[in-house]
Design a binder for this molecule. Structure first.
Ligand code: CUK
Ligand code: CUA
Length: 659
């Protein structure tokens, strides 16, 4: 064995501990080795710290996050891609991006929406006949069993064009997108009931239900909100539209929702803004919407008994609007399944504690979080005790009689997540901090700066019945000076914070240059059991069944049929077969292509020039591609993943002969 020229410290941690001591004790470790001219002369830890201007806390943060090659992260974070309309999968604590999952937006690498059957998923919901290829994605939610993440599915919403998507975590692919024209925008989505019976989607900006027109002067009479309960079939992994229902709500701006759990199982809560029912009119002599909407001292926390609503639906007490079985507002009142509790001025955030006893709502224009008592609310509703009614007849419960109390947080509290030690963590937008406070005595114990203007925050399993503590990510709206400048449009800044010890410490800044993610969810890595390959070969990833047109090696063929030319093709290192496809100008071409390989990571791609066709062929995957060869010419097709030494030779020709 070759001897190392220098004696070595026996362990890496020992070396680093020594180095940190040396650097931080003020001793000048090894000045001669200090990097000159940008190189890493010397290469020992002390020199590196000095050369890079790192303090002890930086090295400690690095040690807590650095993940050497081949080592996996402890957690996955699934962040909404915001305007990007996709999901971003991030490893924690390394903050390495592991995957983008195309959801509401075509995703070229996955071949999502570029020619194969995934396009049917992407384009399933049109709005007014228009194809929508972006989204304003806000809130991902994992499927749950018993209030805990089960690692099977993740749901996401589109605020702008109300839609909900189902992503299967066995292959990280979008399987379904649904949407209802009942509502015209949404926000309180997606949130799941503790056993994922329903995925909740709540409207935000009131509009006449069902996508019809009504003059805005008839706002109070004809504009409405609604909460949709999308029924989820866990076995099939699909939302069942026919078994879904909605509840009509007054025309306030319903905001964030969360489902009760444990003692509050069966309930869903939703905060609201603009109970003033302002609708703007700046050029028409009215106050701007935002000032009209902030006149009242109190808005309303909506408390909805969804299990009761389910029974009302079963009893047939609904009206179908835009295809959605809807419990009308009067029915909801008569059936005692909806009540309001006042909440301080323009609230934001609505988060149920892990034990289900309390609902935390942020103040936004108030300096408190208000902690509501789920049982007191339920008791008042059961006793039909109210202190008044809103203009639509919805009972209003006594505010003081519905709360545990308030926590003085700071300027602009928004969202709250939880740890395993009885602490809550609230994002404070204006003050730009995370405030850690005790659920026991509602007292703040620590604040940590964020950079800058934090929106949501996510903690490890922090929205479940059993949070882990450990890690928290602050999702900041502004990045300002944190990164090298990239022009006027700046990335978002995800800041990883260690919440494992008694004090929060900042570990890492991660720019996210894609959209405004809003929220994310963090799950223990060992809860996910993704597949390696599609098995057996020929699987349609949407149905997870062997496709009827799956192709086996040796069974490749081309046939002209009534509906066009069918090509049954295989992909295997390093050729497509057939590699010459002859069609006539104007032919409809049906390309059935199977990657017959079963080797892990042996992915091919198939792209055809001039047709906007680009699919990803993971091992075992089958794609059905349909297009019209509308222009005579010679179209090379080729593999787009560097799969083998002869990858560049993995190509062929589509020959479109003139008519
Ligand atoms: S909202 Cu964006 S920071 Cu859509 Cu959840 Cu609060
Ligand atoms: Cu197959 Cu490159």
């Amino acid at each position: 064995m070759p001897l190392h020229p220098r004696s070595r410290v026996s362990s890496v941690s020992g070396l680093i501990a020594l180095a940190v001591l040396a650097a931080c004790g003020g001793r000048n470790g090894n000045q001669a080795n200090q990097a000159a001219g940008g190189g890493w002369a010397g290469g020992d830890v002390v020199s590196l710290m000095q050369a890079r201007g790192l303090a002890e806390k930086d090295v400690v943060a690095a040690l807590k996050t650095y993940t050497p090659t081949g080592k996996h992260d402890e957690y996955y974070t699934f962040a909404s891609g915001g305007h990007g309309g996709n999901l971003i999968v991030i490893g924690v604590p390394s903050m390495r991006i592991l995957k983008y999952v195309g959801v509401f937006t075509p995703e070229p690498w996955q071949g999502y929406g570029y020619g194969d059957q995934s396009g049917d998923v992407l384009r399933a919901v049109k709005k007014g006949g228009n194809e929508i290829t972006w989204a304003d994605m806000h809130h991902p939610a994992f499927s749950e069993t018993g209030g805990d993440y089960d690692g099977k599915y993740i749901f996401v919403n589109d605020k702008c064009n109300p839609r909900v998507a189902v992503v299967d975590l066995s292959d990280f692919c979008t399987k379904q997108i649904v949407g209802s024209d009942l509502i015209a925008s949404e926000h309180g989505a997606t949130f799941v009931t503790p056993d994922t019976d329903y995925v909740v989607e709540t409207s935000q900006y009131p509009a006449p239900l069902g996508g019809v027109y009504a003059p805005i002067e008839e706002f109070d009479a004809r504009y409405r909100g609604a909460m949709i309960f999308w029924k989820f079939d866990k076995q099939k992994g699909r939302i069942v539209e026919a078994e879904s229902f909605a509840i009509e709500l007054p025309p306030y701006m319903q905001d964030l929702a969360d489902c009760g759990k444990k003692v509050s199982d069966g309930w869903v809560y939703c905060n609201s803004i603009n109970t003033e029912r302002a609708y703007g009119g700046i050029l028409e002599g009215k106050p701007p919407l935002e000032s009209g909407a902030t006149q009242n001292d109190m808005d309303y926390l909506h408390c909805i008994h969804w299990r009761q609503a389910e029974a009302v639906v079963k009893a047939g007490k609904t009206e179908t609007i835009a295809g959605m079985r809807t419990i009308r507002l009067q029915t909801a009142i008569d059936e005692n399944l909806l009540a309001f509790v006042p909440q301080p001025k323009s609230p934001h955030g609505c988060d149920v504690t892990p034990d289900g006893t309390a609902i935390v709502v942020g103040g936004k224009l108030d300096t408190h979080t208000t902690v509501y008592d789920a049982l007191k609310i339920a008791a008042q509703m059961a006793a039909k005790k109210s202190v008044g009614k809103d203009p639509y007849g919805v009972p209003i419960l006594d505010y003081q009689g519905s709360i545990f109390g308030q926590c003085e947080i700071g300027l602009g509290p928004l969202h709250t997540v939880f740890d395993d030690k009885g602490f809550a963590y609230t994002s404070v937008f204006i003050e730009t901090v995370v405030a850690k406070w005790s659920l026991k005595d509602l007292k703040v114990v620590q604040k940590i700066d964020t950079h800058f203007n934090i929106g949501h925050l996510v903690a490890a399993e922090g929205d479940t019945v059993s949070p882990d503590g450990r890690y928290l990510i602050a999702m900041n709206k502004w990045a300002l000076d944190r990164f090298a400048p990239v022009g006027p449009l700046l990335p978002q800044n995800f800041q990883l914070i260690d919440i494992g010890g008694p004090t929060m410490t900042l570990l890492y800044d991660m720019p996210l240059p894609l959209g405004e993610p809003h929220n994310a969810q963090m799950i223990k890595a060992d809860k996910l059991k993704p597949i390696d390959v599609y098995k057996p070969a020929g699987i349609d990833p949407i149905t997870h069944q062997v496709d009827k047109d799956a192709v086996e090696l040796g069974k490749e063929r081309i046939e002209r049929k009534n509906d066009g030319v069918h090509v049954w093709m295989t992909a295997v290192r390093s050729h497509f077969s057939p590699d010459i496809v002859r069609v006539k100008e104007g032919d409809v071409v049906h390309l059935h292509v199977t990657n017959v390989e079963q080797a892990h990571d042996a992915t091919h791609g198939l792209a055809i020039g001039g047709q906007n066709i680009n699919v990803s062929l993971e091992p075992g995957k089958h794609c059905n591609i349909v297009f019209t060869a509308n222009k005579a010419g010679v179209y090379p097709f080729y593999c787009t993943e560097f799969c083998s030494a002869l990858h560049l030779e993995m190509a062929g020709y589509l020959l479109v002969e003139p008519k």
